[in-house]
Ligand binder design. Structure first.
Ligand code: ATP
Length: 698
């Protein structure tokens, strides 16, 4: 018998010391099995070498060429330029970060095998930061035998390393080292390949594989894993639902006087959609079982006010409520908003995040336990076991997808004083998500969980006017930005993620900020990116919110939920790299006040057919539900998946829109498992949903 891969820690991998093992495990990769479930985002074909003379911009290829000349130049940026040739032509390799050793490798006559994207440069075609290796003259030059997988990465681990780890894990894969939890009857009935075959194929597909299917996530091996994941999710939701129906919860009603005071504080009328959702929530809260309701609302549809009103039901009934956000920036934003709404009503709002420590933390925990705090706002720090409520009756979870199943359970069991009457009751849960998916799909995907939709925007919003402009016209865009700032507007300038290289992301954002500050000397430009400390990020966000910063250059960290109504211009660089859902989320950061807003999609030409179609959709509609429908229709090969992070749990392989045709089968398979193989339920749930997502302390 082989050793189960789940019992082989990543510290056993070649080239992994304790520090790296910790990093991997923080990323959710603790053992060999985790690595094998860490599936490639897409694939590159490095199985053959292309002559330079046959290349054109936009191609991802392998070349093998000889160094003609390598030199460090100082123009806008210090770079290493290396001119290479093969029998068919010349091209340039460009490096912005490089070591002395690297420069020394590139002596004239040295032979390099490079892999990268071809793009036009000032002196003909070039590759920027290609992956490369020096080929010794006596070495026989074999190309790759299979397609090269490109894995999702975390900070500090580069692609070749991740590939080597997955390769090492793959070597240990056999039908006994990872058990297939789908019983053979089920595989046969639905015509699914085995787990073992699927994993092997997906980590090392041969060049004759159906490349279109595999790039689109539609290969039978991918479908099998998506099926298993959706099944695990379905089973977990059924179990959760079953548990909540057996549990008892506090009956909650609202105090009309408190309600009218609150509405005065709010300063606006609820939209019809908000009012409808509140009445759905109210009905749940009056039932004696814990509510488990998902509220989907388009960006800017006013989910916060709905959450606040739901909390008022708890408070009116003499209970406590909590709201949990996935990031400190968001939690802090909610805290400020809730203080503004609730404190004038004589209610106490508390705040807890990872950065709150020592005496301050002790004091908050004391007041919470004593019942002095009515509303608790925080990040996942609220999950810690010593955070004990006196009488918690409602938990609102914002952007739930970042919380894993373990956290959900921790929340359900959230400590209340033991032995009290309260300890037998479970809190109600309201889950809010800003990633809209069509209602019918939501019902199927969420195991008939209760879903409410806020499908209306507050009045007075002018739709964001969206234009797509080539980055060759960057100067004009900057000029327009200057005018906007003069008119007192604030703007976001978003640098999109280059998924394989976080260093380069931060660098690109820094460069953009410098360039903008130089071009707009009278304007205050600031920068926020994922590599900054939470405290620094919070300070920049606060200054932007307070109007001290006019242009905020950001990586996509600002994506979820930031509310700065005065910001009315957004420029998104390289929008063609993002999925529609993400673009929609980003754009939703503007158009939140009464002023007319603009979004400039500053694309890098030439656009692919899919890229063009996507930007067209963004220009045509501001409706998140329409965008969600379109998302799948125009997805190209290897596109970022739009709904992996939707709703109740984050998914590793499945994509609700892409895989929606499987949902009916999944439901049936779940029933079959429950009836015939209940022993597999827990195993499947653990395998797919066991880890909490890593919390992004953005
Ligand atoms: N009924 C309403 N009338 C007028 N303004 C409203 C109404 N409801 C909410 N707002 C305002 O609209 C803005 C957006 O609301 P909120 O931040 O709750 O959006 P959201 O649904 O959380 O969106 P996102 O997911 O994009 O953060 C806020 O400034 C809020 O005060």
């Amino acid at each position: 018998m082989s050793q189960p891969l789940s019992s082989m820690p990543v510290s056993q991998l070649k080239g992994v010391g304790p520090q790296l093992a910790q990093k991997l495990s923080d990323y959710g990769l603790s053992n060999y099995e985790d690595l094998l479930f860490h599936l490639p985002l897409r694939y590159q074909d490095r199985t053959r070498i292309h002559p330079i003379g046959s290349l054109s911009p936009g191609m991802d290829v392998v070349i093998e060429a000889e160094v003609v000349l390598a030199d460090v130049v100082m123009r806008r940026r210090r770079s290493l330029l290396c001119k290479v040739r093969d029998g068919s032509g010349f091209m340039t390799l460009r490096f912005f970060h490089f070591s002395g050793a690297q420069k020394n490798q590139m002596t004239p006559g040295a032979k390099l095998r490079c892999y990268g994207s071809v793009r036009p440069g000032p002196n003909g075609l070039e590759m920027v930061h290609p992956e490369y290796q020096v080929v010794k003259s006596d070495q026989t030059t074999e190309t790759e035998q299979h397609l090269t997988p490109i894995y999702p990465l975390t900070e500090g681990i580069q692609q070749p390393r991740m590939r080597s780890f997955c390769e090492q894990a793959l070597k240990r894969l056999n039908p006994y080292s990872i058990l297939d939890y789908l019983p053979p009857e089920l595989l046969e009935h639905w015509g699914l390949p085995t787990l073992h075959d699927s994993l092997r194929l997906l980590h090392a597909p041969l060049p004759d594989v159906d490349q279109t299917a595999i790039q689109e996530g539609m290969h039978p091996s991918q479908r099998r894993l998506a099926f298993e994941e959706l099944l695990a999710q379905h089973l977990s939701l059924l179990r959760l639902r079953h548990k909540t129906q057996q549990d008892r919860a506090q009956l909650l009603t609202i105090n009309p006087e408190l309600q009218s005071q609150f509405m005065t504080q709010l300063g606006f009328q609820l939209t019809h959609a908000q009012a409808r959702v509140i009445s759905e929530v109210a009905a749940d809260l009056s039932k004696g079982h814990p509510m488990l309701r998902l509220v989907q609302g388009d960006v800017g549809s006013g989910k916060t006010a709905v959450a606040a009103l739901a909390m008022l039901y708890a408070i009116s009934s003499g209970q406590q409520a909590a709201i949990m956000a996935p990031t400190e920036i968001l939690a802090e934003q909610h805290y400020q908003q809730f203080c503004q709404w609730f404190e004038p009503l004589g209610l106490k709002v508390g705040w807890l995040a990872g950065k709150v420590k020592g005496k301050k933390r002790d004091k908050i925990l004391e007041s919470l336990l004593a019942g002095d705090i009515d509303i608790m706002v925080g990040t996942h720090a609220l999950f810690q076991p010593d955070v004990i409520f006196d009488r918690l009756a409602l938990v609102v979870i914002d952007e739930q997808h970042r919380f894993g199943v373990d956290q959900r359970m921790a929340l359900r069991d959230k400590g209340m004083v033991e032995g009290s009457e309260q300890a037998t009751l479970r809190p109600h849960q309201l889950v809010m998500t800003a990633t809209p998916i069509p209602r019918t799909l939501a019902m199927a995907a969420y195991a008939d969980l209760d879903v409410s939709v806020i499908d209306e925007l507050p009045p007075g919003r002018t739709p964001v006017e969206t234009v797509a402009i080539s980055d060759q016209r960057r100067d004009q865009v900057i000029e327009r930005l200057r005018q906007s700032c003069r008119e007192g507007r604030q703007a976001y300038w978003v640098c999109t993620l280059i998924e394989e290289n976080e260093e380069m992301d931060a660098q690109a954002a820094q460069d953009a900020a410098e360039l903008l500050q130089n071009s707009l000397p009278d304007t205050k430009v600031a920068l926020v990116h994922g590599k900054m400390k939470p405290k620094e990020k919070a300070a920049v966000m606060a200054a932007f919110k307070g109007g001290d910063i006019q242009v905020l250059v950001a990586t996509t960290v600002i994506e979820v939920g930031v509310n700065v109504p005065n910001a009315s211009v957004m420029v998104i660089e390289n929008p063609e790299r993002l999925g529609l859902a993400q673009l929609h989320q980003l754009r939703g950061r503007v158009g939140r006040g009464a002023t007319e807003s603009f979004c400039v999609l500053l694309y890098h030409a030439p656009l692919s057919r899919f890229g063009k179609a996507r930007l067209q959709v963004m220009r045509e509609t501001n409706d998140g539900f329409v965008i969600a429908e379109k998302d799948l229709e125009i997805r190209g090969p290897g596109e970022v998946m739009g709904t992996r992070q939707t709703g109740l749990v984050s998914m590793r392989v499945a994509d609700l829109l892409r895989d929606k045709d499987m949902l009916g089968d999944v439901k049936q398979a779940a029933e079959w498992i429950i009836r015939h193989r209940p022993d597999r339920i827990e195993l499947l749930i653990r395998r797919w949903l066991g880890h909490g997502e890593k919390y992004a302390e953005v």
